[in-house]
Design a protein around this ligand. Structure first.
Ligand code: 5GP
Ligand code: ZN
Length: 117
């Protein structure tokens, strides 16, 4: 799973790479995606380095729930409460994951197509 030393998102958490932060507490960080795919596109991550969703354990259900709850709270705050939004967790290569630190994408501000490519 690695300790996150060379992980881009761990570097963002440590402040070694700048980011546009939306929310932070002891457990998680939310920040805008550098390459947005929708008018609203931000990412929520646990501060503890977890490589991907497949690496989570039964003991991680509380942090997973907290991340999802915060995602909807921030989506509403950013104006997507009424028309809606989408949460995406890409997992490993077939899932299209490019950064190996568990993250939830929150996309909104336009009508999104289904299914994804
Ligand atoms: P994945 O493809 O792994 O699900 O998503 C990784 C996301 O991280 C991509 O949407 C990409 O734009 C974003 N990203 C990659 N590097 C950085 C960065 O340095 N800063 C920010 N804010 N986002 C990043
Ligand atoms: Zn990491």
């Amino acid at each position: 799973m690695g300790n996150g030393d060379d992980c881009i998102f761990c570097k963002i958490i440590r402040g070694e790479i700048p980011s546009k932060k939306i929310f932070e507490d002891e457990q998680m960080l939310a920040f805008y995606d550098i390459d947005p795919k929708a008018p609203v596109h931000f990412i929520v991550i646990p501060k503890r380095h977890i490589s991907n969703l497949s690496e989570t354990k039964a003991g991680d259900t509380e942090i997973l729930g907290s991340l999802v709850f915060k995602a909807q709270e921030l989506a509403a705050k950013l104006g997507c409460g009424e028309n809606g939004f989408r949460l995406v967790i890409n997992c490993k290569s077939d899932g299209g994951q490019t950064v190996d630190h568990l993250h939830i994408h929150i996309l909104g501000g336009r009508s999104l197509k289904w299914p994804p490519g």
